[in-house]
Write a protein that binds this ligand. Structure first.
Ligand code: FAD
Length: 435
């Protein structure tokens, strides 16, 4: 690769990198995007739900040709014990009217499509090339060094969209080592099922979809959740827990074993029965929230997407945040270029200001206590799922015992497990986490 200068280099072709490269190229800037995978999407793992909002702002007519699986009309949240669940379902016909708000997608296909839009907009994409380090001139980032023929490429600004591991930012000293307490390790499978079977099982018509978010005893008290999403002719099922919890778990349960247990759960097994495995993948998810977001700009560099830890722990909409951060970073560069400014830290601070003013930092700030509260409260993943399921069983079993006695029994079980002080303390913790 000859030493060549670009307006911007974007490292990574996930949602964050694609959003940044697309916005920059569309504004007429000379953009190089470098992706280590064989093609965009080949290295990426996601559930996956696509939230329309961020993409719509970039490509308003994305629905015309994006590879979308099903639009989501029903959201379920299930709390599992070992053989039952208590849950809520929200299904609305409003979600069944275009323009749809959420879709299930297959990331490999979606990233390929998004990347085709980036290239149409004029960015140059190089795949199967890993950026090994940032080129620094003192405190200023001036380009990247790639593994291919030791290639050096220069740019006014480098946008790091290299995902959760972000070795480049760590190597350059922009942020510290990834902490096991700030990331979750998730595994997922895609299971093929005929379309008609899937539609019958989930009570949906063509193109309509259901998502189920899961939590409970399956994670053995570790902070973690599972999910089951309907695609066109497949299901995605997965589960993830904090990496630090996996390490500390005395049972040494592996993520794979946990996923197998989830698949065997009596409430899940009938939904996935006959599913033929098409894909298995594992990936990290940044879960540190607001307090774990590092410095995201400096002289000649910016960090976007998972690389900056921009994942909202409550709504799991990482790709939405990734696209928004990519767009905001690109818009900062475009404005600086138009004003003839240098890509100094002082100029690029506008990116952080834009993030602070957007839903990205506002939502992360709102749930800033969540990671710590969950970390300190294994009872939400173990004791309470057992208690609520047992309570439902007691109340719904008709066995000649009067209802007053049953309610007393249920309250007694909560008191015995957590004591009044524990119950009040847990309610306070939840209020603190969600307020
Ligand atoms: C199991 C699971 C389920 C999820 N479910 C959802 C969901 O339903 N909805 C949602 O919105 N989010 C979900 N997320 C989160 C979402 O996947 C991420 O937030 C999103 O992918 C972040 O996008 P990104 O572009 O920042 O990073 P990535 O998608 O990780 O992309 C980074 C890219 O950079 C490339 N790269 C890395 N290093 C280099 C290098 N040195 N040189 C060149 N290229 C490099 C990688 O190959 C990759 O293509 C889920 C995540 C997981 C793991």
């Amino acid at each position: 690769m000859a030493a060549e200068k670009f307006d911007a280099i974007v490292v990574g072709a996930g949602p964050a990198g694609n959003a940044a490269a697309y916005t920059l190229a569309k504004a007429g800037l000379k953009v190089l995007q470098i992706e280590r995978g064989e093609y965009p999407g080949s290295k990426n793992v996601q559930g996956a739900i696509l939230y329309s909002d961020a993409l719509e702002k970039l490509i308003p007519d994305f629905r015309d040709d994006a590879p979308l699986e099903r639009h989501v009309i029903e959201q379920r949240v299930w709390v599992l014990d070992d053989n039952s669940f208590v849950g809520t379902h929200y299904r609305s016909d409003d979600f069944n009217k275009p323009p749809y708000n959420r879709y299930t997608i297959i990331r490999a296909q979606f990233d390929k499509w998004f990347s085709s839009k980036v290239r149409e907009a004029g960015a140059l994409l190089i795949c199967e090339t890993t950026v090994e380090e940032l080129l620094m001139d003192g405190q200023r980032c001036i380009g990247v060094r790639c593994d291919r023929q030791g290639g050096e490429v220069y740019a006014d600004v480098v946008i790091l969209a290299d995902g959760v591991n972000s070795t480049l930012a760590r190597k350059a000293g922009f942020h510290g080592e990834l902490s096991a307490g700030n990331v979750a390790l998730a595994v997922k499978e895609i299971l093929f099922l005929p379309e008609e079977v899937l539609q019958q099982r989930f009570n949906v018509k063509e193109d309509e979809g259901v998502v189920i978010e899961l939590m409970g005893t399956v994670t053995e008290g570790m902070v973690g959740t599972g999910f089951l999403y309907t695609n066109k002719d497949s299901l995605t099922i997965g589960i993830g827990c904090m990496l630090g919890d996996f390490k500390a778990n005395p049972n040494r349960t592996t993520p794979y074993a946990m996923l197998e247990r989830l698949k065997r759960h009596p409430s899940i097994a009938p939904l996935i029965e006959g599913g033929e495995m098409k894909e298995y993948a594992a990936h990290l998810i940044p879960e540190g929230g607001f307090n774990a977001v590092p410095q995201v700009y400096g002289n000649g560099w910016m960090i976007v997407g998972d690389s900056g830890g921009f994942v909202n722990a409550v709504h799991r909409e990482g790709s939405n945040l990734a696209m928004t951060t990519g767009q905001l970073a690109a818009e900062t560069v475009i404005a600086a270029k138009a004003a003839g400014k240098e890509m100094s830290a002082k100029t690029l601070k506008a990116y952080k200001d834009a993030l602070d003013a957007s839903y990205v930092m506002k939502d992360l700030h709102k749930y800033r206590n969540m990671p710590q509260v969950l970390h300190d409260s294994p009872q939400f993943f173990n004791a309470y799922p057992k208690l609520v399921n047992q309570a439902a069983k007691t109340i719904f079993t008709v066995d000649g015992i009067d209802k007053k006695t049953k309610v007393g029994e249920v309250l007694g079980s909560f008191r015995a497990s957590r004591r009044w002080r524990g119950l009040v303390g847990d309610a306070f913790k939840l209020w603190r986490a969600f307020r």
